[in-house]
Design a protein around this ligand. Structure first.
Ligand SMILES: Cc1cc2nc3c(=O)[nH]c(=O)nc-3n(C[C@H](O)[C@H](O)[C@H](O)COP(=O)(O)OP(=O)(O)OC[C@H]3O[C@@H](n4cnc5c(N)ncnc54)[C@H](O)[C@@H]3O)c2cc1C
Length: 297
């Protein structure tokens, strides 16, 4: 962590809300479903697919998860009614993973049932390392009843090759990312070059096994490597997709789309943007550096 990153992390609690909003601004659609729908329509109009999510994590009351389930159902209804090209992604700790695993399982199944009735797809995000075992257990359990369900693997984690081999056997639909949480060295690679190489290796395992992969990265070296693999394996464009975060590397996403690949933009919304952004920036202050760089660009 650089000195600037450390400074950002310790000073966050005293940073006024409007300034945190500046950092969060490029990444979120707004506070309401209407804001989200406007952004989906715009991105769809540019030939991009969307992954919608509602901001929230680590809830401490069941009512918060129940509200999230209602909000996700409303979002799925709105997407369906307007014939928009957006699936959704959910966070296990938003749906009660830390409160009660059975409760979380039921919430996920309720959302999946609703998504299935609307012909839509749900992906479950991967959060920090203490939640990985439970998240993958939930994934394999829910997947027995729902084929419209995907998960996420983080290339940063030392365990990911083993997890990927299990998922490859199950022909899972996997989003591959580097991993946003800064993890202890005994669990995660910390050298960026190793994370890159691990990403490339995991992608090869998944694509070679015939898994549908959401290639989620803004790292052009990894995107180049994905192009190489797609070409080598002779994949059709419906067998994978690229994924990026809203507000990040717009130029690169246009380049990928114009090269004929499908690209999905992850767009979160909801009133909980402030606690979410503060936790994110505190966990990984490098994000603030990215935003500053992008603003000056
Ligand atoms: C669609 C999607 C879903 C994701 N889901 C998860 C998940 O479920 N679990 C999880 O742990 N992580 C998730 N992530 C985050 C991911 O793990 C990385 O933290 C993030 O994508 C940055 O890694 P990178 O591969 O882009 O490489 P980096 O080397 O981190 O970034 C490459 C370049 O992209 C730009 N960039 C990257 N991130 C940002 C940013 N936030 N703001 C501005 N510029 C930026 C910078 O120019 C940077 O130099 C997701 C990412 C995407 C795109």
């Amino acid at each position: 962590m650089s000195v600037l990153d450390k400074l950002i992390a310790v000073s966050l609690p005293i940073v006024p809300k409007p300034i945190v909003r500046v950092f969060a601004g490029p990444y979120i659609a707004g506070e309401t479903l209407d804001d989200q729908i406007r952004v989906i329509e715009k991105l769809n109009g540019e030939g991009l697919m969307v992954a919608s999510s509602i901001l929230g994590e680590l809830v401490t009351r069941r009512e918060e998860s129940e509200e999230a389930v209602r909000d996700y159902k409303n979002a799925l209804d709105a997407i369906h009614a307007r014939k928009l090209d957006s699936n959704i992604h959910i966070k296990p700790t938003h749906l009660g993973l830390k409160l009660d695993k059975e409760f979380c399982y039921d919430n996920i199944c309720t959302i999946l049932e609703h998504a299935k009735s609307k012909g839509n797809f749900v992906r479950m995000d991967m959060e920090d390392s203490p939640t990985i075992d439970d998240t993958l257990d939930l994934y394999f359990r829910v997947k027995q009843d729902f084929d419209n369900f995907g998960c996420v693997i983080q290339a940063r984690m030392r365990r990911s090759l083993e997890d990927v081999r299990r998922l490859a056997k199950a022909r899972a639909n996997v989003r591959l990312c580097k991993g946003v949480y800064l993890e202890p060295r005994e669990r995660a690679y910390t050298d960026p070059r190793i994370i890159q190489d691990n990403y490339a290796m995991l992608l090869q395992e998944l694509l070679s096994a015939g898994c549908y992969v959401g290639i989620a990265t803004h790292d052009e070296v990894l995107i180049w490597n994905a192009y190489r693999l797609i070409d080598k394996l002779g994949l059709e464009r419906h067998q994978y997709e690229f994924q990026m975060l809203h507000g990040v590397e717009r130029e690169l996403r246009g380049i990928i789309r114009d090269a004929g690949h499908r690209l999905r933009v992850a767009v979160p919304y909801g009133p909980s943007w402030y606690p979410y952004s503060v936790r994110r920036l505190r966990k990984n202050p490098a994000i603030a550096g990215y935003v500053l760089k992008a603003m000056f660009k």
